[in-house]
Write a protein that binds this ligand. Structure first.
Ligand code: HEM
Length: 477
């Protein structure tokens, strides 16, 4: 059955048509529990998608009553019919905190025309490919500090070149990067001693996320009986108080300039704070949600990319050669230059497809809840020959046939797509360029084979350690 057929029938008709017709299974919620618990798919949701595709075909009604879609063509057909105000699934537990404390909504929690108006303002200076160029210098400073930290960590390691738990280091890098753009100030994540306020903020984010699943699944009446809700609220309190403090400081600085008749200079936060259509409450809500969206996503992608590069030395070599050809060794590339490096772009695009950050997304469309199985889609054999091989070349624009773009949409698509895409890409290109220029990255021989496990995103099943062999020492030998 094609998606257009589905879009043209009512939900009731869909029930009839999917029940028992070939390729369209309507399976029981109990089957889902069986798959998760007894077949062990609990932390391998991505593999479950491939398994179900083989069983039920490209489109079927799943045990949660959503219509699951798992080919690029069908995904494209639905996405291109998207509504003006697409809905982001259930964000009620995030909204509960904001309603309770009278805090503003941001792009994740806002809906309908309010969401649309917010996005119109947030997109400016962020979403256009050229917009990220203004953040080049800020990111270069963060990258420079990060490479110093890598040198320092290597020196502290017994072999002189090992960094353990890269995900943790890249989390600090991503938080410092996005915070320095959003707050227009550094927050000290890459210092040897992380400042206490920043440390508390990192703990608050972790506390909020750790308790959110329990808060989401447990009934509301249990909130005052069990500890999760209290911890979840305390997490959010810590997150908002950190953001508010930095935004208020910026506001004071702007006010001082205005009082002294000086020009107000600044970037994103200054623009939002000076925007008369945005209340201070909107700014607190939006900046906080942008911040949360921009840390794990970027750091997880970087962890996978570096792991893949360490296990594919030929690809790493090509990347190094591209960098040396494009930019002289004594110069750091500008944001405009780095976004023009085809192989670097292809490596990041392939890393975003291959372990695949976002495995599942939901969309409510014409009263039908769709579940897009991104892992199955981005491993579709017709679109990606050898889908389980890391092959950046498939994305090069050198005359070869390129895959259907809907085969991999790591940043989403359309008006509700990722607002931070250009910033994330710039951060990733910059830090990868510098790391590959300075080091040859090798796997830690004591580690076993790294597999993917599914949480909200796909993460490695063990801490990823890497060896950073200084290219200057190598060349000297
Ligand atoms: C590798 C890094 C990143 C990836 C893979 C990623 C991916 C995504 C995806 C898949 C969505 C959902 C899109 C949809 O529903 O169609 C999204 C939404 C969003 N992202 Fe990102 N993101 C990344 C980095 C960032 C950064 C750095 C920021 C902040 C500057 C950010 C801010 C947001 C926001 C605010 C939304 C919600 C948009 C809305 O609902 O209007 N993301 N992102």
């Amino acid at each position: 059955m094609s998606v257009s057929t589905i879009l043209n029938v009512s939900t009731a008709k869909l029930e009839q048509q999917t029940h028992g017709s070939p390729g369209c299974a309507l399976w029981d919620p109990l089957e889902l529990i069986y798959r998760m618990v007894f077949q062990g798919f609990y932390n391998r949701i991505h593999e479950l998608q491939i398994y179900e595709k083989q069983l039920y075909g490209p489109i079927y009604r799943d045990g949660l009553k959503s219509v699951s879609v798992n080919t690029p063509k069908l995904l494209e057909e639905i996405m291109r019919n998207d509504e003006k105000f697409p809905s982001r699934g259930d964000m009620s537990v995030w909204k509960d905190y904001r309603d309770m404390k009278g805090v503003g909504y941001g792009p994740f929690t806002e809906e309908g025309d309010k969401w649309y108006n917010l996005r119109v303002m947030l997109n400016k200076r962020m979403l256009h490919p050229k917009d990220s160029e203004q953040y080049g210098e800020v990111i270069t400073d963060v990258v420079t500090d990060f490479t110093k930290r890598i040198h320092y960590l290597c020196q502290c390691s017994p072999t002189g070149d090992l960094v353990t738990n890269m995900a943790n280091e890249l989390y600090l890098f991503s938080l410092e990067g996005i915070a320095s753009i959003l707050f227009e100030t550094r927050v000290g994540c890459l210092e040897k001693e992380i400042p206490a306020g920043t440390h508390d903020f990192i703990n608050a984010i972790s506390q909020m996320f750790t308790n959110s699943m329990a808060v989401f699944v447990l009934p509301k009446w249990s909130r005052n009986l069990l500890p999760y809700w209290g911890r979840y609220i305390a997490g959010w309190d810590g997150i908002f108080s950190f953001s508010k403090n930095l935004i208020d400081k910026k506001m004071e600085a702007i006010q001082q300039c205005v009082d002294n008749s000086q020009d107000v200079k600044g970037e994103y936060l200054t623009y939002l704070l000076s925007n008369t259509e945005m209340s201070l409450k909107d700014v607190y809500g939006s900046i906080t949600e942008l911040l949360l969206a921009g840390v794990d996503t970027t750091s997880n992608t970087l962890t996978w990319t570096l792991h893949l590069l360490s296990s594919h030395p030929q690809i790493q070599d090509k990347l190094y050669k591209e960098g040396s050809t494009f930019i002289p060794a004594d110069r750091i590339p500008t944001a405009a230059e780095i976004t023009r490096m085809p192989y670097l772009r292809a490596v990041v695009k392939e890393a975003l497809r291959y372990p695949n950050l976002s495995i599942l997304s939901k969309l409510l469309f014409l009263q039908t809840s769709f579940a897009f199985c991104h892992y199955a889609i981005s491993h579709d054999e017709d679109t990606f020959p050898e889908p389980f091989t890391f092959k950046p070349e498939r994305w090069l624009r050198d005359g070869r046939e390129r895959p259907n773009p809907f085969g991999s949409i790591p940043f989403g698509f359309g008006v509700r797509g990722c607002v931070g895409r250009r910033i994330a890409e710039l951060e990733m290109y910059m830090v990868l360029f510098q790391l590959i220029r300075l080091f040859e990255i090798k796997p830690d021989p004591t580690m076993g084979k790294v597999k993917c496990i599914s949480r909200t995103v796909l993460i490695p099943d063990q801490p990823v350690n890497l060896r950073f062999v200084d290219r200057r020492c190598e060349n000297a030998v």
